[in-house]
Design a binder for this molecule. Structure first.
Ligand SMILES: NC(=O)c1ccc[n+]([C@@H]2O[C@H](COP(=O)([O-])OP(=O)(O)OC[C@H]3O[C@@H](n4cnc5c(N)ncnc54)[C@H](OP(=O)(O)O)[C@@H]3O)[C@@H](O)[C@H]2O)c1
Length: 275
């Protein structure tokens, strides 16, 4: 029997590439979208908005009407907020957490009962390198990914007795629609404006010069096929993998200047305020 994969967010980026690749590799693939989309070869589309719990329930119910089980859940969909913490409106940081964290939790709660009763399953949760280090001007995104880290580590222990495996994926910078879709908020005349523009140019350039989503799609196929998948896959360039290692081993006061210099911070905010 073909394995059934449910993957969220297949309208673009990793989700689009991975859903088509998995379908081509012989899996029965259900991909979620929020709006009408050109058909993707071999992918069954389901409507799901992670900020709307009822849409999550009805998508999972629709899948289970057609399939006897869900073998793999890939929690890929996510939104990305940029801007200084001080100036981010509550509506936006709540939406960041509603999408990346609360939506994922609701979907997990819908998929775990069938996975438990079938006695096996694989859950792949998308974190980020931003889930391993706080990124300036991407604080709420980082916060959502740190939460996914903790949630996934706890979940892994809770469900292993039911034959369910939990994998974390930490992408580095990739060229997807993520950059264009990011919602940036910063007061143009405010105290952070100058530094935000400098740092935004850095992270946007890192992303547009980043990896191709096909690389991530192939990694996901490898994870889905693995008999014993690892707990974590950092899918990133060598320098980004090095940053992850340095973050783990260096004292924070040594690591922070590396990160701030990468994002174009000068030492004193005063320098940034002068024209
Ligand atoms: N690209 C990178 O450099 C990078 C780095 C680290 C981590 N990641 C993570 O990788 C995952 C995929 O991102 P990507 O780079 O492929 O970005 P992307 O091209 O922007 O894709 C994001 C997907 O999530 C969907 N989505 C957004 N809000 C949603 C909601 N409320 N309900 C349901 N679906 C929603 C989008 O659908 P719509 O078209 O409807 O908006 C889209 O299909 C995300 O979790 C992201 O945080 C990406």
């Amino acid at each position: 029997m073909k394995k059934v994969v449910l993957i969220t967010g297949v309208s673009s980026g990793f989700g689009k590439e991975a859903s088509v690749l998995l379908a081509r590799a012989g899996y029965t693939v259900y991909g979620t979208v929020r709006k009408a989309l050109e058909p993707l070869p071999g992918v069954h589309l389901l409507n799901m908005d992670l900020t709307k719990p009822a849409s999550i329930d009805s998508a999972v119910a629709a899948l289970l009407e057609r399939e006897a089980q869900i073998d793999v859940l890939i929690n890929n969909a996510g939104m990305h907020l940029g801007g200084p913490i001080e100036e981010t409106p509550a509506e936006l940081y709540r939406r960041q957490l509603d999408t990346n964290l609360h939506g994922m939790v609701h979907l997990l709660q819908a998929v775990l009962p069938p996975m438990r009763s079938q006695g096996k399953g694989l859950i792949i949760n998308f974190s980020s390198i931003g889930g391993l280090m706080g990124l300036p001007f991407q604080a709420f995104y980082s916060a959502s990914k740190y939460a996914i880290e903790g949630l996934s580590e706890a979940l892994r222990m809770e469900v292993q007795a039911f034959g369910i495996k939990v994998v974390l994926v930490n992408p580095g910078d990739f060229h997807t629609s993520n950059t264009a879709n990011r919602i940036n908020v910063c007061d143009e005349k405010g105290p952070y404006a100058k530094q935000f523009e400098i740092s935004k140019a850095c992270f946007e350039s890192d992303e547009t010069n980043g990896g191709k989503p096909e690389v991530m799609a192939r990694t996901l196929l490898k994870i889905v096929r693995a008999k014993r998948p690892r707990h974590r896959y950092v899918v990133a360039s060598l320098d980004q993998k090095l940053a992850v290692l340095l973050k783990r081993i260096l004292p924070s006061c040594w690591f922070m200047p590396i990160l701030t210099s990468h994002y174009g911070f000068k030492k004193k905010a005063n320098n940034l305020l002068s024209p």
